[in-house]
Design a protein around this ligand. Structure first.
Ligand code: C2E
Ligand code: MG
Ligand code: MG
Ligand code: MG
Length: 280
């Protein structure tokens, strides 16, 4: 009886693995087509300072599959990261982001953040490619922030530091994204040439209900202040969370409480309206 059951389980397992693999393959091919056929777009989520002024935004990739509809970047980025497709997608992204920065003067859009995957970041030509695209659009490099995750340290801290220093040399800003979810030790932090830490939204979302998360956030803010690194709180969803963060010295905010990620046209309109209000 047990044997039969065991066999049935194995049989049930194998096809599902295969289904999963062919699904991934199908998605990867669809994603390549998406890039060629312009199904990809960019959403921007505003970032605000302590006065509530929009000081920039984070660019987030979007994909509308012709049959399946909108697919979460959590899903398609993971698929793209299994091959060098991620480099192609992010090269497209960097070009579009630099075009936006070139179109809007720094008074209207001071800065823009882009997410760069470790796989892309560790590619031999990454720094050269970034230098080229900034030059091609004539962008002041400090207006671009590159967001990296803690996984950049997986393949060796020394390599990561050298690459990050090359980016600093170029003049771009560096942020560590989803901070607190990885495995990086706090002692690494002081050896990285970082401008910004983004506290992961899992800590921010439970600020008002989980006292240990509140303590973690307080500690990160205090530590970043010591190290001279700015902190962006991600995933701020209500006023209580904003107030808590503000009271403990957080100066940069991003979250649904302020704005959701929006299509570029809406983002540009928001920026233009803000300037309009200032003038009037
Ligand atoms: P991320 O870089 O941490 O981006 C922030 C994510 O948090 C976005 O999800 C945003 O919509 C979401 N978010 C912001 N505020 C709130 C909030 O108040 N509440 C909640 N529940 N969520 C909030 P999104 O756009 O689905 O992107 C998910 C992830 O996909 C990003 O997380 C990033 O890791 C990845 N991603 C997106 N575009 C790219 C890209 O071009 N390259 C790479 N490597 N990753 C990307
Ligand atoms: Mg990010
Ligand atoms: Mg994040
Ligand atoms: Mg994330």
């Amino acid at each position: 009886q047990a044997k039969v059951k065991g066999r049935a389980q194995i049989c049930g397992y194998e096809p599902s693995m295969q289904t999963q693999m062919s699904w991934r393959l199908e998605m990867e091919q669809a994603l390549r087509r998406a890039l060629a056929e312009e199904q990809l777009s960019i959403a921007c989520q505003p970032q605000l300072d302590e006065r509530g002024e929009v000081i920039g935004g984070e660019a987030l990739m979007r994909w509308e599959h012709p049959q399946r509809g909108w697919i979460s970047p959590e899903v398609f980025i993971a698929i793209a990261e299994e091959s060098d497709l991620i480099t192609e997608l992010e090269t497209w992204m960097l070009d579009r982001c630099c075009a936006l920065l070139a179109r809007l003067p720094a008074e209207i859009l001071p800065r823009l953040s882009v997410n760069i995957s470790v796989r892309h970041f560790t590619q031999p030509g990454f720094v050269e490619g970034l230098t080229w695209v900034l030059g091609a659009h004539g962008i002041e490099p400090s207006r671009l922030t590159v967001e990296l995750t803690e996984s950049i340290m997986i393949d060796g801290l020394q390599d990561a530091i050298e690459r990050m220093q090359a980016l600093k040399q170029l003049g771009v800003q560096l942020a560590l994204d989803d901070f607190g979810t990885g495995f990086s030790s706090l002692s690494y932090l002081k050896s990285l040439p970082l401008d910004e830490l983004k506290i992961d939204r899992s800590f921010v979302s439970s600020l008002d209900t989980d006292s240990s998360d509140a303590t973690i956030v307080e500690t990160v803010l205090a530590m970043a202040q010591h190290l001279g690194i700015d902190v962006v709180a991600e995933g701020v969803e209500n006023r209580a969370q904003r107030d808590f963060l503000l009271m403990r010295g957080c100066r940069l905010f991003q979250g649904f409480y302020f704005h959701r990620p929006m299509p570029l046209e809406d983002f540009e309109r928001l920026l233009a309206e803000r300037i309009g209000t200032d003038a009037g």
